[in-house]
Design a protein around this ligand. Structure first.
Ligand SMILES: [Zn+2]
Length: 184
């Protein structure tokens, strides 16, 4: 069941960038004819800090989720330290929203136990569907989430805010890719 692989995350040392990801998600450049070097996929900086699991889900982070086949994209800011009135952590709320839906376990497994990615996939899929259905801008989409079953508001009042959306043609089973940056 719970096959959580502990995947080390790295943060780009460039203070103007602060990309976060795994070794697999780093870009690589050919240094000379035989040497390859890992670099940041956003700014090409070759230096990284280790990110602890605690740091990964703390502070404010901006996630940009691309729906690769269509160019659809969602930008979401999560403030993991936001104080919810219920006393729960934002990460608990995210877990609740993922587990609300049938198939949650498979969804989480698809992201090697990363419940935030599972949530962001669901959120991106639904946001892009709503965007296509109603042809709303980001404000219209955020308004729809105030009464969306299985979701907290996405206007920042629960620590999560959709800040940008762009259009696409989509299918739920397509692949998604993720970029994270630390905002603190
Ligand atoms: Zn960088």
């Amino acid at each position: 069941m719970c096959t959580t692989t502990e995947t080390q995350k790295w943060q780009c040392t460039n203070d103007n960038c602060k990309w976060i990801g795994t070794n697999d998600e780093k870009a690589s450049v050919q240094k000379d004819s035989i040497t390859k070097e890992f670099v940041c996929p956003l700014c090409k900086n070759p230096e990284f800090y280790k990110v602890s699991q605690e740091e990964e889900f703390s502070g404010r982070k901006e996630y940009i989720i691309d729906h690769d086949p269509t160019g659809g994209q969602l930008t979401v800011i999560i403030d993991f330290d936001f104080k919810l009135s219920s006393g729960d952590k934002v990460l608990d709320l995210i877990s609740e929203m993922v587990n609300f839906w049938t198939g949650a376990e498979d969804n989480i497994d698809d992201f090697e136990g990363d419940v935030v990615k599972a949530f962001l996939k669901n959120l991106t899929h639904l946001s892009l569907v709503l965007q296509k259905q109603f042809n709303y801008n980001v404000k219209g989409i955020v308004d729809l989430f105030k009464s969306q079953e299985g979701y907290a508001p996405m206007d920042g009042s629960a620590g999560i805010e959709i800040t940008r959306i762009s259009e696409m043609e989509l299918d739920y089973y397509d692949d998604y890719s993720f970029k994270v940056k630390n905002l603190d």
